[in-house]
Design a protein around this ligand. Structure first.
Ligand code: HEM
Length: 639
C-alpha cells in the first residue's frame, strides 16, 4: 500500500486560483488514447455519457436511485434535491471539460518560428541544423494540459474528477494549478515504463515527504540505496512457510469478529463494518509483524487509540490544504499536533519495547537460521529480521515495522469493506460465493489446501480490487529527463499513476462499472499486472510491487469465506449513503452500516482445527487459480 495521493498543492491552489480560459479555442489536446472523443459537436454528449457511467460506481444503492433511497420522508426529499444539484454540478463540469475550457495547448515558439521560416523559403536542412542546436524538444508533441480551478470538483474523492479528465484528455495529461503541475498517467504502457522498465528513474517524491513523520525511511517512502537494502532484508521474511503459518492467525482473528457479529445478530443491532474490518486487520498485522496482540476487536486500549491517531494524521496530511505541521510554533502549541506527537511517542515506545523483548528471545534461542526460518512461538517478521542478524539501526527497524503496520492494515481493511459493499448490491454473487464456501469449507476454518479451492472467492476479491483499487493512485517523481510515450518530460515532474482510471477504462473492460467476478475465468491464471499487461495493478508492479501480496490475498480470502460461511449481509435500513472519500486508501464517508443475520443452515459449531504449520512450499497464490476445476475437487461439506 501507499498513501493514495497528496493533494495539498492541488487543493491549496483551488482556493487561490480562478480558471484560465484558453486564449485560442482552436487548439485541442493531442489525444493519445483511443478513448478520447473526436473534436466534434458530439463530444459534449460523449463525455456526459461516460460521466453517467462513473456515477453509478459510487451510487450507494447501485440502483440508480441514489443515496438515501432506503430511508424515507423529508430526509429522502432533501437528499434527492442534494443529489440533483450534485448531478447538475458534475454534468456542468463534464460539459466544461468537453468544451475545452480546461485545455491550454502551447504550440511551442521554436516550432512556430521554424514553420514560418520554412514558409519564407529557408532551406529545411539549415533549419533542422539551427533548431537542433537550440533544443529539439519543442518539436515533440506537447502533453495535453488541463488547467483551472478545482472549485467545481473538490467536494469528491479526487480520483473521480481525474477519471473525467482522463476520458477527455487521454492516457497522459498535465494538470496545472497555478505554479504546481502534475502528470496524470492512465495509460498501461506508460505505467509499465514508470513502474517497471525505467523504475530507476523515478522516486516516491511527494509521498516520501508527507509520510516521513511516521514511516521515516521505511520501505514505502524510502528510495535509492536505503530502499534497496531494506527490501532485500524484508522480502525474505515473508517466505511461503511464514505466510502459510499466518492462515491460522487469519482464521482465529476472523473468528473473533464472527463472535462479535453473532452478538449483534442476536441483539438485532446493525453493525458498522468498515471500523470492524479496520480492527480485524489491525489485530492481524500486529501479531504478524511484531507479535503484538492489539485485541482491538475487544478493547480500546491507549495503544489502539494511538495507532489510529497516527494513521488518521498520515491520511489527513495527504489531503491537507496547507502543511500546517511544518509551521514551527504551530506544531508545539496546536492541541491536535500535540496529540499526534504523544500518540507517535507511545507507538514508538511500544515498538522499542517489542524490539527489546524479541531481541532477548532471539539471544536465548538456539538459532539455526535458514531461508524459511520461523520461530514457532513467535513467527513474526520482526523475529525473522532479528534472527537473520539483520544489521540495522533501531530507528530503521522501527520505521520498517511502522511501515508494515500501516501498509498491511489500511489496504486489507479497505478491500474487505468494499467487497462487502459490492456483495450487498449483488445477492446473486453472494449466493454463489456461499455455495462455494459451503462446499469447500463446510463448517471448518479454512486451511491452505482450501484456499486453492476457493476459486470463486478469489475472483470476488480480484474484482473488488479492480473496482476499488487500494490505493487508487500511485505517486512518483522523475529523477531525470525521460520519454513517456511520445512526450519528453523533465526531471522533477510529480506523477500520479491513476490505478482507478486503468481499472475503470471502458475500452479495456467490458461493462467496466459492473461488479462481475465472472470476468475472471475460474480456470484462468490469477490476474496480476503481468498477465494483464499493466491494465490491472492490484498490488502495483515492477521492483516496488507490494511485498505483502500473498499475505493479503490469503488474509482476505480467509476473512471473506469465514464471514459469508456464517452470515448474510445487507445494507441496514436507513443506512447513510455509501460514498467514497480519499485517505491513504478509499474510505467511505459515513461508514458501512449493515444488518448481519445468521445463515439459516443447520447449526454450526466451528471447530478450531488449526492446521499445524506447514512447510508446503509448493502452494502459493498462483496455485490457487491454476488448480484443477474445483467441481471435481471439492470436499463434501462436513457438518
Ligand atoms: C489487499 C491488501 C494490499 C494491497 C491492495 C496492497 C497494495 C500495494 C500497492 C499497490 C503497492 C505499491 C505501491 C507503489 O508502487 O507506490 C504496495 C506496496 C507495499 N505494500 Fe502492499 N498492499 C496490501 C497489503 C500489504 C500487506 C499485508 C503488507 C505487509 C505485510 C504490505 C506491504 C507493502 C510494502 C512494504 C510496500 C512497499 C514496497 C516497496 O516499495 O518496495 N502490503 N502495496
Amino acid at each position: 500500500m501507499a498513501a493514495a495521493a497528496s493533494l495539498p498543492l492541488l487543493q491549496f491552489s483551488a482556493h487561490s486560483l480562478q480558471p484560465k480560459l484558453p486564449t485560442n479555442k482552436k487548439f485541442r489536446p493531442t489525444f493519445v488514447d483511443p478513448l478520447s472523443p473526436p473534436a466534434s459537436s458530439s463530444k459534449s454528449n460523449w463525455s456526459c455519457r461516460n460521466f453517467a457511467v462513473i456515477r453509478c460506481a459510487y451510487d450507494s444503492n447501485g440502483d440508480g436511485r441514489g443515496p438515501g433511497s432506503g430511508g424515507g420522508g423529508v430526509e429522502d426529499g432533501a437528499k434527492s434535491v442534494e443529489k440533483i444539484i450534485e448531478e447538475k454540478r458534475r454534468a456542468e463540469l463534464s460539459a466544461r471539460i468537453a468544451a475545452g475550457e480546461f485545455t491550454v495547448e502551447k504550440s511551442g515558439f521554436p516550432s512556430v518560428l521554424k514553420n514560418s521560416l520554412l514558409k519564407l523559403g529557408v532551406p529545411k536542412d539549415i533549419l533542422e541544423f539551427l533548431f537542433g542546436k537550440i533544443g529539439a524538444a519543442d518539436d515533440y508533441p506537447k502533453i495535453p494540459e488541463a488547467k483551472g480551478s478545482v472549485s467545481a470538483i473538490r467536494r469528491e474523492a479526487f480520483f473521480i474528477p481525474l477519471y473525467e479528465l482522463y476520458l477527455t484528455y487521454g492516457g497522459i495529461f498535465r494538470l496545472t494549478f497555478g505554479p504546481k503541475s502534475f502528470l496524470i498517467v492512465s495509460d498501461p504502457s506508460i505505467a509499465k515504463h514508470i513502474l517497471k522498465d525505467n523504475s530507476k528513474a523515478y522516486s516516491k517524491g511527494v509521498l516520501a515527504e508527507i509520510l516521513e513523520f511516521v514511516m521515516g525511511k521505511g520501505l514505502i517512502p524510502a528510495d535509492g540505496e536505503v530502499w534497496r537494502v531494506r527490501r532485500r532484508a524484508i522480502v525474505p521474511a515473508l517466505h511461503k512457510k511464514y505466510v502459510a503459518a499466518m492462515i491460522s492467525l487469519f482464521g482465529q482473528a476472523t473468528d473473533r469478529l464472527c463472535r462479535k457479529l453473532d452478538e449483534a445478530a442476536s441483539n438485532g443491532e446493525d453493525v458498522e463494518m468498515e471500523s470492524l474490518f479496520s480492527r480485524l486487520t489491525l489485530d492481524i498485522i500486529g501479531k504478524a509483524v511484531f507479535n503484538y496482540d492489539f485485541d482491538s476487536l475487544k478493547v480500546d486500549t491507549g495503544i489502539v487509540e494511538a495507532v489510529y491517531t497516527v494513521l488518521r494524521e498520515a491520511e489527513d496530511r495527504s489531503v491537507a490544504p496547507i502543511p500546517v505541521w511544518e509551521i514551527p510554533i504551530w506544531k508545539d502549541i496546536s492541541p491536535s499536533q500535540k496529540k499526534v506527537n504523544a500518540a507517535l511517542k507511545l507507538v514508538n515506545d511500544t515498538l522499542n519495547d517489542l524490539i527489546a523483548i524479541c531481541k532477548r528471545m532471539v539471544d536465548e534461542e538456539e538459532l539455526q537460521f535458514h531461508e524459511e526460518y520461523m520461530n514457532e512461538q513467535d513467527p513474526s517478521i520482526l523475529h525473522f529480521l532479528l534472527a537473520s542478524g539483520d544489521d540495522v539501526s533501531s530507528k530503521q527497524l522501527r520505521d520498517d515495522l511502522m511501515t508494515l503496520l500501516i501498509a498491511g492494515h489500511e489496504t486489507s481493511a479497505a478491500v474487505l469493506t468494499w467487497t462487502f459493499y459490492l456483495l450487498s448490491k449483488e445477492p446473486s454473487v453472494l449466493a454463489k460465493l456461499q455455495n462455494e464456501v459451503d462446499a469447500v469449507l463446510g463448517d471448518r476454518f479454512p486451511t491452505m489446501e482450501d484456499l486453492k479451492k476457493l476459486k470463486y472467492t478469489t475472483r470476488v476479491i480480484n474484482e473488488s480490487l479492480r473496482l476499488y483499487p487500494q490505493p487508487p493512485v500511485l505517486i512518483r517523481r522523475s529523477l531525470e529527463n525521460d520519454m513517456l510515450g511520445e512526450y519528453p518530460i523533465r526531471r522533477g515532474e510529480d506523477i500520479f499513476i491513476s490505478v482507478w482510471n486503468l481499472h475503470h477504462c471502458p475500452k479495456r473492460w467490458e461493462e467496466a462499472e459492473r461488479f462481475n467476478p465472472e470476468r475472471w475465468p475460474l480456470d484462468g491464471p490469477n490476474p496480476n499486472e503481468t498477465n494483464q499487461d499493466f491494465s490491472y495493478l492490484p498490488f502495483g508492479g515492477g521492483p516496488r510491487k507490494c511485498v505483502g501480496d500473498m499475505f493479503a490475498s490469503f488474509e482476505t480470502i480467509v476473512a471473506v469465506s469465514m464471514l459469508v460461511q456464517r452470515f448474510n449481509f445487507q445494507m441496514a435500513v436507513g443506512a447513510p449513503p455509501v460514498q467514497m472519500t480519499t485517505g491513504a486508501t478509499i474510505h467511505t464517508t459515513q461508514g458501512l452500516k449493515m444488518t448481519v443475520t445468521r445463515r439459516m443452515r443447520p447449526p454450526i459449531v466451528p471447530t478450531l482445527e488449526i492446521p499445524a504449520v506447514r512447510s508446503d512450499s509448493s502452494v502459493n497464490v498462483s496455485d490457487i487459480s491454476t488448480a484443477p476445476d474445483q467441481k471435481s475437487e471439492v470436499s463434501p461439506s462436513v457438518s
